[in-house]
Ligand binder design. Structure first.
Ligand code: MEV
Length: 423
């Protein structure tokens, strides 16, 4: 298999799907699932008060090599240039061997908040004293997870001072295996609440997962050879751009937004919870008190650029929409992942790649050139262009660097007059 499918972008959508299916060895059923999409009937079982469907384009990014494996990346996004930029970045990473990933494993935290405790430090120790019983009680709630090697692995207790008095917050540390884990950990936390009240004499309010998934980190790194990415000046430009994101939260927000362009697109395509991953990413970016970039860039001894990322990626392969949404099921097959942990590491690699591609564009020709042609097509469509006219009007506007609905209308009128022989 190869993820480097030449001329992929020039194919029609159905041809691209076939080409991707051939490389990823997926069958007719999965192809049909993408073509049919989610039915209204299926949607009506997923959320409440369904009235229709809100569709988002699904594309496939090419050229990725992750841990020595060729991978095609399904991405669901409404933003032009994201998929092209990811494919481009991945092509440049290939020469350095592609992306190499690691992770901490699929471990989440649930919090149990006990309040109204006069002796919080003693309450903390009392909870820790009952740790083994509490862990057993929680694991009894999900024997299946335990059978698969998951379940509660530890209990931590924090005393947190607040305006409303001290709070004793118990953290259940749960290995969620192939689940995102919200259901599993929330059920465990709810089950333990009465026992925590008994032990501490306090009153428990919140019993819920923490989306700051700092025990479920995915990491990726890649070497981008200087000659592949435009030379040493581009390397230096990227280092300076990345440094600003380390020291300035205004830039860090945009820098991380670019990372999330890739991350969220894969999270959505695989039917996972985009908000959970976003909450995890941004809270982790501020974990040491100041909001910073999720990626790092350095120059190695050869003068090449080395990029790395570390971020929480709480995604699952079981439960949620991943097993229900037909397109998500095919997206998972295209990725060829065997576990939620595999998926999280691929997502981190895509995040790094997306960030690298944005920084490279910013450090060289600027971001607008890449955006221009798709943006021009959108504007031509808004102006009422149809069929071949879309491409012609868009190409003229992009060449003139004058992209507006008014200009598109003018050009269409000019072209129509020409066709009627009026000029
Ligand atoms: C646009 O969607 C994302 C960028 O702004 C990211 C960045 O500035 O690094 C291009």
């Amino acid at each position: 298999m190869t993820s480097r499918i030449s001329g992929f972008y020039r194919l029609a959508p159905s041809e691209r799907l076939l080409a991707a299916a051939e490389q990823a060895s997926i069958g007719k059923e999965e192809i049909d699932q993408v073509e049919r999409g989610l039915s209204l009937d299926q949607a009506d079982k997923m959320v409440e008060n369904v009235v229709g469907m809100f569709q988002v384009p699904l594309g496939v990014a090419t050229n990725f090599v992750i841990d020595g494996r060729e991978v095609l990346i399904p991405m669901a996004t409404e933003e032009p240039s994201v998929i092209a930029a990811a494919s481009n970045g991945a092509r440049m990473a290939r020469e350095g061997g592609g992306f190499v990933t690691t992770s901490t494993g699929p471990v989440m935290r649930a919090q149990i908040q006990a309040t109204g405790i006069v002796d919080p430090y003693s309450a903390r120790q009392a909870i820790l004293h009952h740790k083994d019983d509490l862990m057993k009680m929680a694991n009894d709630k999900d024997p299946m997870l335990v059978r698969f090697g998951g379940g509660v692995k530890d209990i931590e207790v924090q005393v947190i001072d607040s305006r409303l008095g001290p709070m004793v917050v118990t953290h259940l540390i749960v290995d969620c295996r192939d689940a995102m884990g919200a259901n599993a950990v929330n059920t465990m936390a709810e089950a333990l609440a009465p026992r925590i009240e008994q032990i501490t004499g306090g009153r428990v309010y919140l019993r819920i997962i923490s989306n700051l998934a700092d025990l479920r980190l995915a990491r990726a790194r890649a070497v981008f050879k200087a000659e592949e990415i435009g030379g040493h000046e581009v390397v230096d430009g990227i280092l300076l751009a990345a440094e600003l994101a380390q020291v300035d939260p205004y830039r860090a927000a945009t820098h991380n937004k670019g990372i999330m362009n890739g991350v969220t697109a894969v999270v959505l395509a695989t039917g996972n919870d985009t908000r959970a991953v976003e909450a995890g990413a941004h809270s982790y970016a501020a974990i040491d008190g100041r909001y910073k970039s999720l990626t790092r860039y350095e120059k190695n001894r050869d003068g090449d650029l080395v990029g790395s990322i570390e971020m929480p990626v709480a995604v699952g392969l079981v439960g949620g929409a991943t097993r229900v949404h037909p397109v998500a099921k095919t997206a998972v097959k295209i990725l060829g992942v065997k576990s939620a942990d595999d998926l999280s590491r691929i997502i981190a690699a895509v995040g790094l790649c997306q960030n690298f591609a944005a920084l490279r564009a910013l450090a060289s020709e600027g971001i607008q050139r890449g955006h221009m042609s798709l943006h021009a097509k959108n504007v031509a469509v808004q102006a009422g262009a149809k069929c071949d006219m879309i491409e012609i009007v868009a190409a003229r506007m992009a060449a003139e660097r004058r992209i507006s609905v008014d200009r598109a209308v003018e050009l269409m009128a000019e072209l129509n007059d020409k066709a009627k022989g009026n000029t």
